[in-house]
Ligand binder design. Sequence first.
Ligand code: ZN
Length: 168
Amino acid sequence: MAILPIVLFPDRRLRLPALPVPQVTQGLHDLAADMLDTMYAAPGRGLAGPQVGVLLRIFVMDVTWRDGTPSPCVCLNPEIIDASDDLATGQEGCLSIPGVGAVVTRPAEITLRWTDLSGQQMQERLTGFAAICAQHELDHLNGRLCIDLMDEASRMADSPALSAMGAA
Ligand code: ZN
């Protein structure tokens, strides 16, 4: 197990679509363990393959560990199969864009389908922060970043930081 270097914006790898995971190998188990280590060390609550330079459709998340109850989840080939009409607006951080909080509006609830490390297909209705986190991580697999979705007011407020990084 190892802590991997996190790819930082505006690295081009963050903009490329990730490829489907073809099969669950030992290498993938090792990668998932390293990604969880990296996420916990950062510290963060979600991390996607492209953020460690791996352009595969994998993300890890644990939305409860900072409250003292770890619940690590490894999602392979995730897809959103249903999203609520209800929306939620909140500030999102990203380990690849340190120091920037993007105020983003997204569906408040989603149904996520994914393959787990045992190769089993999983499906779960996610609400609250878990729903937001999963959507943020899945966006990474499509080369999309939370700063692409941020509303106008927060874009203005954050523009000095973003223009310094070449985003605005
Ligand atoms: Zn992110």
